[in-house]
Design a binder for this molecule. Structure first.
Ligand code: NDP
Ligand code: MG
Ligand code: MG
Length: 332
C-alpha cells in the first residue's frame, strides 16, 4: 500500500525558511505561487518577456521577474512551464543559476525521467504534483482544504529533500488532504499511460468508434451523439463518486447486463496486448522521444490530427446540439 503523509507529518517552517521561485504562472503555477505566499513563504514568479500571464500575477500581488532572475534569487526553483519547453527554460535560465544545496522542483516527472533535464549532483530534485487542475488546487486551499498530492525525490543531495517536498506540499494545502509518496519513474510512466490508453486516447477512440458504428448503420448523428458522447458524463460522474459499483447501482438492469456481457467483447485481450505495447514504448523512452521530435519539428502531424478530428461528424454534430443545452457552457 502507498505511504501517506498529512499536515502533522510536514514542517511548514522548512519551506518558510527558503526562497521559492515559481517559473510559469499557468494552471499549476498560479495555484502554487499564491498558496505558498498565503502560507507565509517568500515567493517570486519567473516569466519570460511578453508573457500573457504577467499582468495577472502582478495584479494578484506577486513580484514577477525573469526566469533567470527568479532562479538566481531563489534556492527552491519550481518549474511549471509546459513540459515540452522545460528543457530549454532549464538550460537558458535555471542551470546557470543553480548552486549546491538548491532544490529543483517539478509538477510532473517527464523531463527528469526521460533525461531532457540533467541536474547537477549538488541539488535536490523533487516533485510535488497535485492530483487536480490548478484552479481546483487554489480554490481548495482558499477554502481551508486541499487537493491530494503525490511527492517524490529523484536526487537527495542534502539528505533532507523529502522533508522539503512535504513542506512545500503543505504550503499548497496538499497535506490537508494527504500526500502519497511515489517516484519520478512511477508518476511519469503511469501518467502517460493513463492519458493515452484510458483517459484521453482510449476514451476518444471508443466514443468515435461507437458514434461511427451507429451513423454508418443509418441512425441520425444527433441521436448517436447523445448515446455515445453526451451521456458519458453521467456515467463518469457515478464512477468518480463510487467506482464501478455506484455506476452499476444507478443504471438499469438491462444496461448492467449489457455492461457485463458486451464490455469484454469491445475491450478484448487484443486491446490489452496493445496496451502493454503502449506501456513498453513509454517505459523505453521511445514515446517521449517521438513526441519531443514532433513538438520541436513544428507539430505538423499533431496539427493534421487535430484538424481531422475537428471536422469529424461527431464534432460538427456536437457543436450544434450543445446550443440546445443552455447549461452546458455555464458548467465549463
Ligand atoms: P500552463 O500551460 O497552464 O502554463 C504555463 C505557464 O508557463 C504560463 O504562465 C506561460 O506563460 C508560462 N511560460 C511559457 N513559456 C515560458 C518561458 N519560456 N519562461 C517562463 N514561463 C513560460 O502549464 P500547466 O500549469 O498546465 O503545467 C505546468 C506543469 O505542471 C507541467 O509540468 C504539467 O505537466 C504539470 N501539471 C499540470 C497539471 C494541470 O492541471 N494542468 C496537473 C499536474 C501537473 P504565458 O501565459 O505567457 O503563456
Ligand atoms: Mg498527463
Ligand atoms: Mg441509453
Amino acid at each position: 500500500m502507498a505511504e501517506l503523509f498529512y499536515d502533522a507529518d510536514a514542517d511548514l517552517s522548512i519551506i518558510q525558511g527558503r526562497k521559492v521561485a515559481v517559473i510559469g504562472y499557468g494552471s499549476q503555477g498560479h495555484a502554487h505561487a499564491l498558496s505558498l505566499r498565503d502560507s507565509g513563504v517568500d515567493v517570486r514568479v519567473g516569466l519570460h518577456e511578453g508573457s500573457k500571464s504577467k499582468a495577472k500575477a502582478e495584479e494578484q500581488g506577486l513580484r514577477v521577474v525573469t526566469p533567470s532572475e527568479a532562479a538566481a534569487e531563489a534556492d527552491v526553483i519550481m518549474i511549471l512551464v509546459p513540459d515540452p519547453i522545460q528543457g530549454q527554460v532549464y538550460e537558458e535560465s535555471v542551470a546557470p543559476n543553480l548552486k549546491d544545496g538548491d532544490a529543483l522542483f517539478f509538477g510532473h516527472g517527464f523531463n527528469i525521467r526521460f533525461g531532457f533535464i540533467k541536474p547537477p549532483a549538488g541539488v535536490d530534485v523533487c516533485m510535488v504534483a497535485p492530483k487536480g487542475p490548478g484552479h481546483l488546487v487554489r480554490r481548495q486551499y482558499e477554502e481551508g482544504r486541499g487537493v491530494p498530492c503525490i511527492a517524490a525525490v529523484e536526487q537527495d543531495a542534502t539528505g533532507d529533500a523529502f522533508a522539503l517536498a512535504l513542506s512545500y506540499a503543505k504550503g499548497i494545502g496538499g497535506t490537508r488532504a494527504g500526500v502519497i509518496k511515489t517516484t519520478f519513474t512511477e508518476e511519469t510512466e503511469t501518467d502517460l499511460f493513463g492519458e493515452q490508453a484510458v483517459l484521453c486516447g482510449g476514451t476518444a477512440a471508443l466514443v468515435k468508434a461507437g458514434f461511427e458504428t451507429l451513423t454508418e448503420a443509418g441512425y441520425q448523428p444527433e441521436i448517436a451523439y447523445f448515446e455515445c458522447l453526451h451521456e458519458l458524463k453521467l456515467i463518469v460522474d457515478l464512477m468518480y463518486e463510487g467506482g464501478l459499483e455506484k455506476m452499476r447501482w444507478s443504471i438499469s438492469e438491462t444496461a448492467e447486463w449489457g455492461d457485463y456481457v458486451t464490455g469484454p467483447r469491445i475491450i478484448t485481450d487484443a486491446t490489452k496486448a496493445e496496451m502493454k505495447k503502449v506501456l513498453a514504448e513509454i517505459q523505453d523512452g521511445s514515446f517521449a522521444q517521438t513526441w519531443m521530435d514532433e513538438y520541436h519539428g513544428g507539430l505538423k502531424k499533431y496539427d493534421e490530427y487535430k484538424k481531422q478530428d475537428s471536422e469529424h461528424l461527431l464534432e460538427t454534430t456536437g457543436k450544434q446540439l450543445r446550443k440546445l443545452m443552455s447549461w452546458v457552457d455555464e458548467e465549463a
